[in-house]
Design a protein around this ligand. Structure first.
Ligand code: AAT
Length: 295
């Protein structure tokens, strides 16, 4: 959508370009666009990259915000470091989705990780990251990273039992190709490919979005794993600025036994993660507790 603006420093000062993410029929979030860099229609979704004045480079899929230069670190650090610092010895990690490479970058900061496998459905996302997001693509180009282009649901189904110590579901919203990554069948398969004591960490949308059935997704996780916890964090460019992830395991608690030596090294070089944040991220406001009360 175009809007007239008087205070732009663009080449044509009278015509500003704005990006708007419509969260639902009622609420949206907007960014001033400095330059459009890339648009491609893949077999799965429309992939766009633009430069914003407020959040730096932005990657959108079907018009929805996937990451921005300015705040991607919150999402990628939390989805990675929390499970990896709770697991006593994570050696093999699977990332489903996450084609931008940010999660791989954080996972591979852990020296104990021997191999991190990424299964992303859309090769165009990986290409866009390589071309426009060098700070994320370091994860994709890492010598201990293995990139597989394909559907995460199929990949998990075809993986042998007990193959991974940690599985990170860095997926899109539960629409289009992302739907299957929130189902009970999928979480059962994830459990099968985990080693004993394994952990799954899954992107779980904003607790403010009432159209996302958080209780149902947690119910699906709970069907496969004996303990399930919700983790929250603040991501200004995502809907409502307040995000959540689901931590599930049969034996690991999300913060009682953090490997403090490893965690201290990780927090030193992190922009969001630290040990206090790790613990506090599981403190939930009452409205979110209420949503999960029957899980
Ligand atoms: N790390 C950035 C955040 C993301 S990207 C999620 C990725 O999941 C996308 O690249 C998408 O192509 C991929 N994906 C979707 N479905 C599948 C599937 N079935 N198998 C493998 N990969 C898949 C997440 C942003 C969070 C949402 C913000 N609103």
């Amino acid at each position: 959508p175009y809007a007239l603006g008087a205070d732009s420093d663009n080449a044509s000062p009278s015509l500003d370009l704005w990006y708007q993410e419509r969260h639902n029929d009622e609420i949206s979030f907007g960014l001033h666009v400095k330059k459009t860099l890339h648009t491609v229609q893949s077999p799965f979704q429309r992939v766009d990259v633009f430069e914003s004045t407020g959040f730096g480079r932005v990657l959108t899929l079907d018009g929805l915000m996937m990451c921005s230069d300015r705040d991607e670190f919150v999402y990628h650090e939390m989805i990675s470091h929390v499970p990896l610092l709770v697991h006593p010895n994570p050696r093999r990690v699977l990332v489903i989705g996450g084609g931008d490479g940010g999660t791989l970058r954080e996972v591979l900061r852990h020296d104990c990780v021997e191999e991190a496998v990424l299964c992303e459905i859309d090769g165009e996302v990986v290409e866009a990251a390589r071309q426009f997001f060098p700070a994320l693509a370091v994860g994709l180009n890492h010598p201990r990273a293995k990139i597989h282009i394909g559907d995460g649901v199929e990949f998990v189904k075809n993986s042998p039992k007990g193959e991974f110590d940690v599985v990170i579901v860095d997926s899109t919203d539960p629409i289009g190709p992302g739907v299957g990554l929130f189902s009970g069948e999928f979480y059962n398969e994830v459990k099968r490919i985990l080693t004993p004591g394994g952990i799954v960490m899954a992107q779980c949308e904003s607790p403010w979005e009432n159209k996302f059935d958080l209780a149902k997704v947690y119910g699906n996780l709970k069907h496969a794993f004996s303990s399930v916890y919700s983790m929250v964090g603040t991501i200004p460019s995502y809907p409502y600025g307040y995000w959540s992830w689901g931590f599930a395991s049969d034996s690991q608690h999300p913060f009682e036994k953090i490997d403090l030596d490893r965690a201290k090294a990780i927090e030193k070089a992190s922009k969001y993660y630290n040990i206090d944040i790790h613990r506090s991220a599981f403190a939930l406001p009452n409205f979110l507790r209420q949503k999960l009360v029957n899980v």
